[in-house]
Design a protein around this ligand. Sequence first.
Ligand code: OSB
Ligand code: MG
Length: 371
Amino acid sequence: MIDLRQIRLREIRLPLREPFRISSGFVSERRILLLESENGDGVTAWSECVAGEFPNYSAETIDTAWHAIEHWIAPRLIGRAIEYGAIYDLLELDIRGHDMAKAAVEMGCWAISAEQQQISLSEALGGTRDQVGVGISLGIQNSAEALVERAVAAHEQGYQKIKLKIMPGRDIDFVRAVRAALPDAHLMADANNAYQLGDADHLARLDQFDLMMIEQPLDHMDVVDHAALQKRLRTPICLDESITSAQRARNMIELGSGRIINIKPGRVGGFTSALRIHDLTRRAGVPVWCGGMLESGVGRAYNVALASLPNFTLPGDLSPSARYWDRDVVTPEWTMSASGVVRVPRDVAGIGVRVDRDRIDDLTIREAVLV
Ligand code: OSB
Ligand code: MG
């Protein structure tokens, strides 16, 4: 049973080792919202909000999430006994949207519950895998040569899936060059909404490169145009931004808007919602994989746990700590084996890594205690 006593919010700044560019924006330093939630029985857990600094991926930002947690979400939960599995539906009753803010709190409560039961987060979720396949997401580069160089290096490191961010003007030729350099690699593209249905003929030119999938080519809320586009592509469409709930996942399946889903627990409002999507896609024979939002080692723990569920049959955007940071905020840092897998810490209770509190204190630029 969850009976939250307080939530401590902190903003930390963590510079990326390499700037990351997608079709709609650019980030070189992550502003990360971390939560430390304390239950009435003294059990605590760290969690992370995946919202970015600017609303180019979805409407939420770190600042809207901070506001939503402080003013609307924490007041619904603090001092009120509730099952962790019921938090998502409680918040949905009268708070529209703010899924990333909700997820940060809800997932922290799952971790509290796992700590109480002395089981791993993976076990709490019903995970079955001891290790999960890892993919890398390569940001948009200035030239095809620069992209090829990074893709080849990633392939040599063992990544099981290489995702190429694309946008108009940096698509067909860039993907062609990578495919020529890596004839057998598992490649995919992610457009982050950079195209319109009128670009269908252009996007169909990607079919020749045997991509595993093309992620979210059209509008960030759309499931209708994607259905029309999927009819014109041989390459499977994978939806990311459009799938904000189990209802949207059901719509995608009913309409044929895509054949694969990238589940980011932060984007869908937390673990209860992610599990519903997992279960309904599994029944429908739609494979899923775990997406990433350039999380610190705290958020990564939640993604790795989720990716240990049975229908996560494709490699996730779960790169090791060193891909992103000179030094992560957890110990041990997240690592990847030469065969491209990350170990699921199913032998450790809770999130499975220790949070380096001194380092977080050093990195903290803003703090609030909600009681
Ligand atoms: O579309 O999947 C995306 C990062 C920020 C915003 C959106 C996306 C991404 C990534 C990064 O692709 C994946 C990762 O965390 O490694
Ligand atoms: Mg994406």
